[in-house]
Design a protein around this ligand. Structure first.
Ligand code: CA
Length: 238
């Protein structure tokens, strides 16, 4: 089992250090970032498995941090707050946190909450098939099966039906290599007389459309002699 990565966003070093200590004893890998704005930049580069987010932070507060992160990721977020009045807002749609913990807290309670939230989400670290909403999520890419929409960093891609179907097949199993024949069959149906090159041009167009929003990342990789795969570790710099 891979070690889960917990990001603690907290400027009070003592509190962060105690949490880190307890979480590491529970076999988590832990990173601490003291500033909200820097944390957003880091999360964009490398998505953790869960975020513990303090509300009172310098420069950008925890609520703004959570809103920013929600624009590109559904990573679980547990907010830490000293104000009981804030709880309703935290858990509401407005902020999009998954759970909250009130200060003062016992570190053991925090560890228990982290475990509970991680159990609730998909065990795969970088993508999740949310059956309730019909959303397939890979990092900053979200595919909504019901509305046939794909967004990258919350920006909608204008996809043809074949491109959408191709994306749907690839994102359903990130990291798996699909042959051109298989993609052709799944995108256009087994009855359709198609050519391998058709898939190549769909892939080319899809890459172009994604690259507008994620210029520095290779989302769809060519596996020579085999086919294509969606690069599921695109957020993993560890
Ligand atoms: Ca703080």
């Amino acid at each position: 089992m891979t070690q889960k990565h917990i990001l603690i966003i907290e400027d009070e070093q003592k509190i962060a250090a105690i949490l880190k200590d307890y979480l590491e004893k529970s076999s988590y890998r832990v990173t601490i970032i003291g500033r909200g704005d820097q944390a957003v930049v880091q999360v964009r580069k490398s998505l953790p498995d869960l975020i513990l987010l303090d509300i009172m932070l310098p420069v950008m507060d925890g609520m703004a941090v959570c809103r920013e992160i929600r624009k590109f990721s559904s990573v679980p977020v547990i907010m830490i707050t000293a104000k009981v009045e804030e709880i309703d807002r935290l858990l509401g749609l407005e902020i999009g946190a998954d759970d909250y913990i009130c200060k003062p807290f016992s570190p053991r309670e925090v560890v228990a909450r982290v475990k509970a939230v991680l159990r609730r989400v998909n065990p795969e670290p970088f993508w999740g098939n949310d059956a309730v909403c019909g959303h397939l999520i890979l990092g900053s890419i979200v595919l909504d099966e019901a509305s046939h929409r794909v967004t990258v960093n919350s920006k909608e891609l204008e996809l043809t039906p074949s491109e959408f179907r191709l994306m749907q097949v690839l994102i359903s199993q990130p990291g798996r290599v699909f042959s051109r024949d298989e993609l052709l069959a799944r995108v256009q149906g087994y009855d359709f007389e198609g050519y391998d090159r058709t898939i190549d041009s769909h892939i080319k167009n899809l890459r172009k459309k994604i690259a507008v929003h994620l210029p520095d990342q290779e989302i769809i990789s060519t596996v020579y002699g085999l086919g294509y795969k969606l690069n599921y570790a695109m957020n993993d710099t560890s």
